[in-house]
Design a protein around this ligand. Structure first.
Ligand code: C2O
Ligand code: CU
Length: 563
């Protein structure tokens, strides 16, 4: 077994991700985004994470899309799988990567993802194994969004009364690079008219876009992952069709499109063929969908070898960048999502469920604070991480009562809540080992006005089958007749569309405690998540440092090294 060792030092650093001076970003080892981890299936990763954050914040890092079979304590969720890592401390993450695919990692404490704490994690097939598609070479694009207000400022806004929303991001970033308020397209058209902040024309600028250099008549794989804090994105390349072959680390039945939608927490691989005029370059764009945009597109360039290029002398594409589809064309978004099917030979879902949860997503008021709630409970994480408190039966650590598994039949999802009050809570949905669990996510109208947001839901520790999407309220005993049990895609993140429902199925076969939450960081911060647990008594070898806080702190004195 191959062990790959990494030393990660997390801290703030001065950077200008979108060419604006004086930004502080949270980086790793002086890099933003953090270093790319690349491993083979079967490898063990050992990441020693040292918290060097000067502002006295704790931290933890989640390995998004990695199952953590046998190592649930390494999932990186503060208050769930481990104690947060305090400044000056080092935490040792040790886990095996068991499935090839495009993944990423990110901070899972407070709003540290907004602050810039993220990087790519790519798992290649074991040596000698072959992908079910061919390509000449590959690129990796990690997409994110960026605010000029600090994450500290954002946190204050979100928890203020009256509520202050963080607003739309100032810039979108591709591999940590963007251009604030200076359309690269407009600026590069004319060699001289460059706004002062648009310094991307000099190759040494850290905000200069990374250009994708290609040869004509080849096939390239582009890995695309979104770790945005808020934005749903659309990705397109001028003049080039793309074939989608992977979603969230699972092979899909290949399909061809002009562009893809990607929600926070998702990843895709697409194949492109460089069959266009090799004397030109082509725009690669990402733009906002699903929310009324107030953020310009992020751009970079697909450069054919013959069309000469140097960063200081960009031969700009001779046509404008792709136009991002209308933000509120949700039928278009659903049409894309409905094209995603599992590749033949992928694991099929069980035909029946043992346990079904209906989870209503609402915006609420608690003591005048704006929150998100699931079946009327807004999640507040406990002091003592669940993994330890469940394993060692510490009853006082959280509310042991069963959380609600459905919501009132009469709830009108098309109107603001009649009674907007909700409660804080920290109960756990406990499943028996190997139970088949259905989760129906039900969207609804927000607190006031006529609106319903998109929420990309992400499950830790499992992939789930996406059995279907529907409009309006889910009708038990009727809507499941249309579930796709033949070739539903396996994913770890799936969107619930405005005023609609999304049906997921998974097998509770991974001993541990797992977060299931909206991947919009501000929504999560406002309570939009629930806790799942299964087989915790089977968990062995939780390291002491994952337990050294709250009510599990004293019990670790009582055992030697194993538990
Ligand atoms: Cu990528 Cu709990 O999230
Ligand atoms: Cu959300």
């Amino acid at each position: 077994v191959r062990v790959r060792e990494y030393k990660f030092e997390v801290g703030y650093m001065k950077k200008k991700p979108d060419c604006i001076e004086n930004s502080y970003v949270m980086g790793i080892n002086g890099h933003f985004p953090g270093p790319t981890i690349r491993a083979h299936v079967g490898d063990t990763l050992h990441i020693s994470l040292f918290n060097n954050i000067s502002t006295n914040e704790p931290t933890s890092i989640h390995w998004h899309g990695i199952s953590q079979h046998g190592t649930p304590w390494a999932d990186g969720t503060a208050s769930i799988s481990q104690c947060a890592i305090n400044p000056g401390e080092t935490f040792h993450y040790r886990f095996t990567v068991d499935k090839a695919g495009t993944y990423f990692y990110h901070g899972h404490y407070g709003l540290q993802r907004s602050a810039g704490l993220y990087g790519s994690l790519i798992v290649d097939l074991a040596l000698g194994q072959k992908e079910p598609f061919h390509y000449h070479s590959e690129f990796n694009l990690l997409l994110s969004d960026w605010w000029h207000n600090t994450s500290f400022h954002q946190e204050l806004s979100l928890s203020s009364k009256p509520f202050q929303w963080i607003g739309e991001p100032q810039s979108l970033l591709i591999n940590g690079r963007g251009q604030y308020n200076c359309s690269m397209a407009a600026n590069t058209m004319n060699n001289n008219a460059t706004l002062p902040q648009c310094k991307f024309r000099t190759s040494d600028e850290e905000c200069a876009p990374q250009i994708l250099h290609v040869h004509p008549n080849k096939t390239y794989r582009i890995r695309i992952a979104s770790t945005t804090s808020l934005s749903s994105l659309n990705f397109a390349i001028s003049n080039h069709k793309m074939v989608v072959v992977e979603a969230d680390g699972n092979y899909v039945d290949p399909f061809e499109v002009d562009d893809i939608d990607i929600y926070s927490g998702e990843s895709y691989s697409i194949l492109i063929t460089t069959n266009q005029n090799p004397n030109n370059n082509y725009w690669i764009s990402i733009g906002v969908r699903g929310r009324k945009p107030n953020t310009p597109q992020a751009l970079t360039i697909l450069n054919y070898q013959k069309a000469s290029i140097s960063s200081s002398n960009i031969i700009i594409p001779n046509s404008p960048p792709p136009i991002t589809p209308q933000w509120n064309d949700f039928n278009r978004s659903k049409a894309f999502t409905n094209k995603i099917h599992a590749l033949m030979g992928s694991p099929k879902p069980p035909t029946h469920y043992d346990h079904r949860l209906l989870l209503l997503n609402t915006q609420n008021l608690i003591d005048g604070y704006t929150k998100w709630a699931i079946n009327n409970i807004s999640l507040v994480l406990p002091q003592t991480p669940y993994l330890g408190s469940i394993k060692f039966k510490i009853n006082a650590a959280f509310d042991r009562r069963h959380p609600s598994e459905n919501f009132s039949n009469g709830y009108d999802i098309f109107s603001p809540p009649i009674n907007p009050n909700a409660n804080f809570g920290n109960r756990v949905y406990m499943f028996n080992m190997n139970q088949v669990v259905d989760v129906i996510l039900q969207n609804a109208n927000v607190l006031s006005g006529k609106n319903s947001d998109i929420h990309p839901w992400h499950l830790h520790g499992h992939d789930f089958w996406v059995l279907g999407y529907g409009d309006g309220k889910f009708k038990q005993g009727y809507d499941e007749k249309n579930f796709n049990l033949k070739n539903p895609p396996l994913k770890n993140t799936a969107a619930v569309f405005p005023y609609g429902w999304t049906a997921l199925r998974f097998r509770a076969n991974n001993p541990g405690v797992w977060f299931f939450h909206c991947h919009i960081e501000a929504h999560l911060h406002m309570g939009m998540g629930v806790i799942f647990a299964e087989g915790v008594q089977l968990v062995k070898g939780i390291p002491k440092q994952a337990l050294a806080c709250g009510l599990t702190k004293k019990i670790i004195m009582s055992f030697n090294t194993t538990n």
